[in-house]
Design a protein around this ligand. Structure first.
Ligand code: F6P
Length: 340
């Protein structure tokens, strides 16, 4: 079979492990041909292809990023659907493996509706893809954010400061909750729970008087103040509806400084969370998803997403997950609060 492969949306560590697994399983186990599209859906529209063989994937396992390149590009909204179909036909693609987050998977669902056989693989450091316990990249991002919080902890204590750490997470606070718990943050702010700055200020005053003269506040970039609370405002989005990095962190840190008088500093972790070498967990997850995707196509199971559930790889119908979001469960949010 001729199988197409693309990585779309924001990059993350572990993508190369999945690419490598698709190529190895495809070529070695079944004798398929694997056709890579460069820069996600844009490469499909532009017909930008590379035939993948063992030489292409040598030494990519520990490397961050994606050797295929990626782009934030949605063919259906960019009017490129006809071109997608034309390229897939010209390249005689019999099935397409799409590695991506919500945007890429929504596009995959649209392409599947046009009759193309699709198997999706979930990736995003935000971990908000519905239907899977884990997405590629999340584990590494939590490691990076935790290490950063550990480092910030020591300087916070030395200087008696409030340190605000903004982490990624547009729609869900997975990184904030996990790294907040692992790094021992005093306050964790997530999109799931709109916050009240007055309550935070009260807590900080009490803590700095009674317990310790420093605090760590982890803020997900998509966190927002509660309607009607003291800091009520509309979160500003960029021209494509994207989050403006540092915006909420800056606002929170300024309000804390002004309301408490405590010396406050902001660190925006930004794309550091998406870079560098993947953890073993992400390498293993990417490898398992890659092998499962090729197996699924070979067995005629398509229009599905590979997913991790209870440590088993399963296939979930694409239409069940497209357009949905996996938010942080109450239990994890409660742990983050209980340990503050
Ligand atoms: O990959 C998801 C994500 O990490 C979001 O949390 C963040 O808002 C966004 O990517 C940033 O993307 P870009 O690389 O386009 O700035």
């Amino acid at each position: 079979m001729r199988i197409g492969l693309l990585t779309g949306g924001g990059d993350c560590p572990g993508l190369n492990a999945a690419i490598r697994a698709v190529v190895k399983q495809g070529l070695g186990e079944y004798g398929h041909q694997i056709i890579g599209f460069r820069n996600g859906w844009k490469g499909v529209v532009d017909g930008d292809v590379v035939q993948l063989d063992r030489a292409n994937i040598r030494n990519i396992l520990p490397q961050g990023g994606t050797m295929l390149g990626t782009a934030r590009f949605h063919p259906h909204s960019a009017g490129g659907m006809e071109q997608v179909m034309a390229t897939l036909e010209a390249e005689r693609i019999e099935a397409l493996i799409c590695i991506g987050g919500d945007g890429t998977l929504n596009a995959a669902q649209k392409v599947a509706e046009e009759g193309i056989k699709i198997v999706a693989i979930p990736k995003t450091i935000d971990n908000d893809v519905y239907g899977t316990d884990l997405s590629i990249g999340y584990h590494t991002a939590v490691n990076i954010a935790t290490e950063a919080i550990d480092r910030i902890h020591t300087t916070a204590e030395s200087h008696n400061r409030v340190m605000v750490v903004e982490v990624m997470g547009r729609h869900a606070g997975w990184i904030a909750s996990a790294a907040g718990i692992a790094g021992g943050a005093e306050v964790v702010l997530t999109p799931e729970e709109p916050f009240d700055i007055e309550k935070i200020v009260k807590f900080l005053r009490h803590r700095h008087k009674a317990h310790a003269n420093f605090s760590i506040i982890v803020v997900a970039e998509g966190a927002a103040p509660a309607k009607g609370s003291a800091m009520d405002f509309e979160v500003q989005l960029g021209q494509y509806g994207e989050i403006i990095a540092g915006a909420i962190g800056e606002r929170v840190s300024k309000e804390i400084q002004e309301r408490t008088g405590f010396d406050t500093r902001l660190t925006v972790l930004g794309h550091v969370q998406r870079g560098g070498t993947p953890t073993p967990t992400d390498r293993i997850l990417g490898s398992r998803f890659g092998v499962a995707a090729v197996d699924a196509i070979t067995q005629g199971q398509t229009n599905v997403m590979t997913a991790l559930r209870n440590d088993e790889i399963v296939l979930v119908p694409l239409e069940e997950i497209a357009g949905k979001l996996k938010t942080v469960p109450d239990e994890l949010l409660r742990v983050a609060k209980a340990l503050a």
